[in-house]
Design a binder for this molecule. Structure first.
Ligand SMILES: *Cc1c(COP(=O)(O)O)cnc(C)c1O
Length: 299
């Protein structure tokens, strides 16, 4: 895919009293500014998968996702831009009304197929989908872009990180983005992943599986999920509104809202040593907020 244009201005310094008191320099990497639809980390995670598909002359990309999957809509948009057909495999019955995310994916030309929960768990591509395609002309991108290719693509994010950063904080779903940053980090840099899933301790091993054994420069915190994936409460919403007032940065309630919240409470608790430089990665995904009732957020 085309390399996105990205100006150094998209590394935004954050001035807050708390950070000054703690002698922390804090920046946000605005990956949300990269692309109108494929915003954030998804562009990077898809890059290697789609380059390989293009080299191998594949015509159709098949992937998996749920009704609020940023990965699905990003794949649909990237495929439309690059001239691939795209197929999204979904869990369960087709709903009477599609979520905003699924409607967007469909508007980008993605064909949505709904399969049983059991079949979905095994990531089966239905025979009826394959039958319609010429053999050898399609390839599968795993759910969430998880995999070596995804991590190698995400490693490209490090090229946008300014020099002198000690800690990099990122929201964790599959952990592929965290793995990519771990791969490309400098020897003294520490990665901190904020899991948005509840009790998903297996992610640590899933990230390790994407890394050579010598690379163990990351840790994942599991205390900032606010009840689980896409769960939220008044405290989180209030924080996101306050963060927007303070910084002008919009966040989403599934990923980056929880990550910014975690970074702030860790800073307050003295987690980062004085004098540290911290980069918070804004991984995009703002379209997910459209499922909230109007007026919940001030942005
Ligand atoms: C998908 C997504 C993530 C999670 O990325 P992983 O590589 O799956 O950990 C984080 N933030 C946003 C906004 C996302 O859409």
């Amino acid at each position: 895919m085309r390399t996105p244009t990205f100006s150094p201005a998209n590394v935004q310094p954050i001035q807050k009293k708390l950070y000054q008191q703690r002698q922390l320099q804090v920046f946000v990497l605005r990956l949300d500014k990269l692309h109108p639809v494929v915003s954030g980390n998804k562009w990077f995670k898809l890059d290697q998968f789609l380059q390989a598909a293009a080299r191998e002359n594949k015509k159709t990309i098949i992937t998996f996702g749920g009704p609020y999957s940023n990965h699905l809509v990003a794949t649909a948009a990237a495929c439309a831009e690059l001239g691939f057909n795209s197929i999204g495999i979904m869990r369960g019955e087709r709903p009477a009304t599609l979520s905003h995310t699924l409607a967007d994916a469909q508007a980008c030309g993605m064909h949505l197929h709904f399969i049983s929960r059991d079949a979905y768990r095994q990531k089966q591509v239905p025979a009826s989908v394959i039958e319609g395609l010429l053999p050898g002309t399609w390839s599968i991108v795993p759910e969430g872009g998880y995999g070596r290719e995804g991590a190698e693509g995400a490693a490209g994010i490090m090229q946008l990180v300014p020099p002198g950063i000690d800690h990099i904080v990122v929201a964790v779903g599959t952990g592929t983005t965290l793995a990519g940053l771990s791969l490309a980090a400098g020897a003294t840099q520490q990665l901190l992943g904020i899991s948005v899933l509840k009790n998903q301790q297996s992610i640590d091993a899933e990230v390790k599986a994407l890394l050579p054994p010598a690379i163990r420069n990351f840790s994942i915190l599991h205390d900032f999920h606010f009840g689980g994936y896409a769960k939220k409460n008044a405290q989180l919403i209030q924080f996101m509104n306050q963060w927007y007032r303070d910084t002008g940065i919009a966040s989403d309630f599934v990923y980056t809202g929880k990550m910014f919240y975690a970074a702030e409470s860790l800073a307050g608790a003295g987690y980062f040593p004085r004098g540290s430089s911290i980069l918070l990665v804004h991984t995009g995904g703002l379209q997910g907020n459209r499922s909230l009732p109007k007026g919940t957020l001030i942005f």
